[in-house]
Design a protein around this ligand. Structure first.
Ligand code: SAH
Ligand code: SF4
Length: 347
């Protein structure tokens, strides 16, 4: 047996049956791990001592451990989490007056190669398993709130850490189903957002999921040439086809597609870009998040000025395209969008 977190109820029932236990023990274990966030078999007191010992000898709840925690002056915390094989992932906790947001990774590194993103510079090390993905949430919640209680109501979860969710589709979806489950973490799909750089076939697949969180598309450019420069995957999955996939996407009644747009000074932030963006998204029920570029010494871009970002936003709003400026969080500890690269220092 490897780690038990991230296994479905059915998988856990089969596992305990294989070691001579009644299947319902599997359901109890599932509940203790995912709903009550118990990471130690000895906390699971409704199991007999003999069974707890047997489990402790044969398996672990999770192999992930906190390697370091960095605290930002704005309350954001960046968690460096060591996985079973020694590689490291990152999760970010962002408290807010109304509700908290946890930003998680789904791969160690990323293969997509966006020019403005630090994670790209790591290359791809490997996909994370559903258990490793969920472990981040459990570890962060336990560190902030302690184990044994349910997920605080209204916690938001975003797949905007390291990696491209749609290049690790099956494990990401499995983790979402367990996290959405009332008997699991109980984080409702409407509180979860998956962000993609635009893996088009996966967008069509995602559209057909029964448990389906919100979808965010990282656009960041309004012409094919500009987007190919910034996001080389645009050669394969072109802007034109991406927008078509968005038009085909079956939005629920209250749903909207989110488009993320990293504001890069002098590159994609002109009035003309804003007007093109309006035309591109015309007819799609959308909102736009403008993300001021988070700089890093290794990246060749600068953030647009706040004045420029506001002028850009104004053009969208005047054309009835809702647009929001994302407040940078945790920049001082390298925790902001695009800064995650498993760093051991705050930079
Ligand atoms: N791989 C996914 C999700 C992780 S990145 C994706 O690309 O969508 C989350 C968001 O941060 C994306 O919208 C991405 O465009 C943005 N981003 C990447 N690098 C950034 C940077 N240096 N500054 C600001 N935002 C950045
Ligand atoms: Fe990967 Fe997203 Fe960074 Fe692009 S922005 S390199 S897809 S993590």
């Amino acid at each position: 047996m490897d780690q038990l977190i991230g296994k479905t109820e059915e998988e856990l029932c089969a596992l305990v049956e294989a070691i001579g236990e009644k299947p319902f023990r599997g359901r109890q274990i599932y509940h203790n791990i995912h709903q009550r966030r118990m990471l130690d078999f000895d906390q699971m007191t409704e199991l007999s001592k003999a069974l707890r010992d047997k489990l402790t000898a044969a398996a672990k709840v999770t192999e992930s451990q906190i390697a370091s925690v960095f605290h930002s002056t704005d309350g954001t915390r960046r968690y460096l989490i060591r996985l079973g094989d020694g590689l490291e992932s990152e999760a970010v906790f962002m408290p807010d007056e109304r509700r908290d947001t946890i930003c998680i990774s789904c791969q160690v590194g990323c293969a997509v190669g966006c020019k403005f993103c630090m994670t790209a510079q790591m290359g791809i090390k490997r996909n994370m398993t559903a258990g490793e993905i969920i472990s981040q949430v459990v570890i962060v919640l336990n560190e902030v709130y302690g184990a044994g209680n349910e997920t605080p109501h209204g916690t938001n979860l975003v797949f905007m850490g390291m990696g491209e969710s749609f290049l690790n589709y099956d494990e990401v979806m499995k983790s979402i189903r367990i996290m959405a489950d009332e008997k699991g973490l109980g984080i409702r799909p409407k509180r979860v957002t998956v962000s993609t750089s635009g893996i088009i076939p996966a967008i069509y697949q995602f559209a057909n999921e029964t448990v389906r969180p919100n979808l965010a598309i990282s656009l960041t450019a309004t012409t094919e040439a500009e987007r190919t420069d910034l996001m080389p995957l645009n050669r394969k999955y072109t802007l034109g086809e991406l927008i078509k996939a968005c038009r085909d996407y079956p939005l629920g009644e209250r749903e909207r597609l989110t488009f993320e747009y990293v504001m890069l000074e002098g590159i994609n932030d002109s009035d003309e870009d804003a007007r093109r963006l309006v035309r591109l998204l015309n007819g799609i029920r959308a909102k736009v998040n403008l993300i001021p570029h988070n700089p890093a010494p290794e990246l060749p871009y600068r953030a647009s000025s706040m004045e420029r970002i506001q002028a850009f936003q104004q053009i969208l709003i005047e054309k009835d395209l809702p647009a929001f400026i994302r407040r940078p969080r945790g920049q001082d500890i390298s925790a902001a969008c695009g800064q995650l690269a498993a760093r051991h220092e705050a930079v």
